[in-house]
Design a protein around this ligand. Sequence first.
Ligand SMILES: [Fe+2]
Ligand SMILES: [Fe+2]
Ligand SMILES: [Fe+2]
Ligand SMILES: [Fe+2]
Length: 442
Amino acid sequence: MSFNPLEEKGIPLEKQMRNWHQIVGEPYNKTAVDCYTRTRQILMNGIEVQAWGFKHQMNRFMSELDCEDRANISRIGRIENTQQMTANWMGPADQSVLEITLGYEQVAVDLTAWLAQNEPDKYVKETFDFGLLEDFDHLYRYAQFAYMTEGIEPEDIVQGKTDVIVGRPTQHHHNCNGLRLRKHYDKNAASPQTKVNILTVLSGEQQTHNFYAEHGFMYGDHILRETYAEIKDVEEEHVTMYESLIDPSETMWEKFLLHEFTEVCNYYTCMEDEVDERIKKYWEIALDMEIGHLKIAAEMFKKYEKRDPEEVIGSGIVIPCRFKSQKSYVQKILEAETNKRLAPEGEYYSSYGEIPEDWASYKVQEKVAEISAPSENAIRLIDIYYDRDIVSASEGLKKKEIEILEKGLQEKSIAHNTVTSGELRDMIKKHENRKEEKERLI
Ligand SMILES: [Fe+2]
Ligand SMILES: [Fe+2]
Ligand SMILES: [Fe+2]
Ligand SMILES: [Fe+2]
């Protein structure tokens, strides 16, 4: 790719301050917005939260910084703060927490699926595929509540671009955090694409965690509150999992470069893909700001590490987040890997028979679902509302739902309120039988 951000002009830091009107901007219309404009907006909020927090970590932990560099880092942090507002506040006030939540999980599914297919490191790809099936199931669980509490069909948010159907059941996502730790890349051997891919998904997952932490309590329905708590905890595991892929020996200077480079790459992609002309103009401005940040990071890298920044970020942009429908790829992974589980030392079990009796995650799963698994109650409740679960998928995939669930459900340490594949089959039959009857009634 020919775009080398270090050779671009960008906007110098001293010209990046904007007024309140520009910072806040106008929200999009939730009924007219393209679903991938929404996913870009959600992802860029997460990227900015991470970029902002990292500047504060630099100033808190780096004793070697001289006064002027410390001041510049705090100036950049302030700009990240304004960029975060612009991205997040593109969301309109009439979008409910559940609607935004479906947007967050659509980000996770379609971003992770894109990354998995564009990841040069096979082991990192495997980790993306593993996380993908968990967020895929979150989307399905939340879709039940969106229908029950707000009358929202999944298509209203995902616009037919992402399938909504059972994945690896959420109750099986709870692990001993030690098992979540994966093997990290070697910073001297990994490609800039791998580093940017990981930082992108990590920022998204962290923001998803934060959003559920800050908003999950905003509903009165206690099963929905518990479901937010349950899924928020999985997002915490996802943060642990994705951050463990990063070489811990990377210096703060390398990380600074990578953070700014990741922002540049993401805004570049947003700018290229955006269909809303007004928002596209903003992505372009934000890209130019990030080029300004990257240049400063590159100068500091040369000054303190006495190395060439291209050793870390290469000489061209990488594409981390081309948002588009990933249905066929996701379906392939869904059919093959719902029974995959985490093994020690960054390995995986690919069948239940390989899992030892003393697997550390059993204890966690048994404890948290001691009373019940909220994500299973979601399906028990929707049975009452709709006679079956809410799904949005092709007829072909819908026919495979029982099989997918059967494969994904593990017998040991299963929650007592689990909806079994047999029960789901009965629900679907009941729905079919009563559909015509209900339609006849006025
Ligand atoms: Fe930024
Ligand atoms: Fe998720
Ligand atoms: Fe996640
Ligand atoms: Fe930045």
